[in-house]
Design a protein around this ligand. Sequence first.
Ligand SMILES: [Fe+2]
Ligand SMILES: [Fe+2]
Length: 362
Amino acid sequence: MTIPELYPPASITEADRPITPPSLLSVAEKDRLIERGFLGLYRWYMARSQETRNWNADKSFDWKSLRTDFTPEVTVILEGFFAVEQYVPDFTASILNTVRRSHGRSHFTLRWGFEEERHADTWENAVLFSKGRTPKQIEEYKYLLRSKEWQAPWDSALYNLIYTVFQERATQLNYLNLAKIVSGKSDKVHLQGNEDPILTKVAQTIAVDEAAHYNFFLECARLFLYYYPEKTLEAIKDVIHHFAMPAYNLVPDWAGFSETVYKAGIYGPRELQRDVIQVVFRNMGIESRKKLEEGIKRTRIVPLEGGGELGTAIWDSFDYGLVEGDVRRLYTRVADYEQEIGFADIDPTVFVRNPEVPSSAD
Ligand SMILES: [Fe+2]
Ligand SMILES: [Fe+2]
């Protein structure tokens, strides 16, 4: 299957900068608008991340006071989280290669890599200071993990972006559900007695990062959905069809880890469906998997001649009014930031409506 590749244009001509929008936006103009959206969001994100989430894996937690008698299940969970985050150099390098032409996306990937890197170090500290594993075991385990290389699940930048939306939400959920267990809020009998305020803070702190990642990638995916609905909905359909957590095929005894998180009520098929896919769908204005698949199928069978009809079918498969509202809100957030810094006076990021999108009043 040929996957469409979407990049910022190699060059921008004056024809790509319409003063008044023409009846349809060119591909180059759409790509430029998406790139400007990414870039504006990335600048906003950087400032916010530094102001509100500038924590450190070693110094932000009282590691010396972490309890050292967690049940073996908690150790397996911590070790699994540590293992997945260990592939951060590959996550970053692999994605970076597919987005290097985009300023917003490539620079964001570096920042994202930095935030993921501290997750790897924080989970390692949790395993080490809880004494669930010896330093020697951790060292050997790390060598084993790093002897393998993670590769992006898709060749396409768009597909990897969509994958990351689901993956970030799933990761956030994993950490929030661990926080429940170690703060005494789990109803699982076999996990009672694992309360610890430090590990609760660790899991919650990392989960906040994951929520910020989820939001960034979600905003980016919505930009694509707004300007390229057909390609994006197709990507969503394909990605959920093949979705699996990162590094599931690299981490030793993934089956053991997977069973432990499943039995702990942290993550399993039910959580994936209800707390990941449904949440992402809601945020993207997609009613259900069935509706998405039907919409794509109908779009395909509509004859392409005349062009117009192709567009009409796809608009039934998601709530484009909601998506347009969210995209407009994103631009407002970027505009406020650019006003504060002064970019707005020199080179503002401006929302341009996609004329293909039916007016919400239609
Ligand atoms: Fe992470
Ligand atoms: Fe993340």
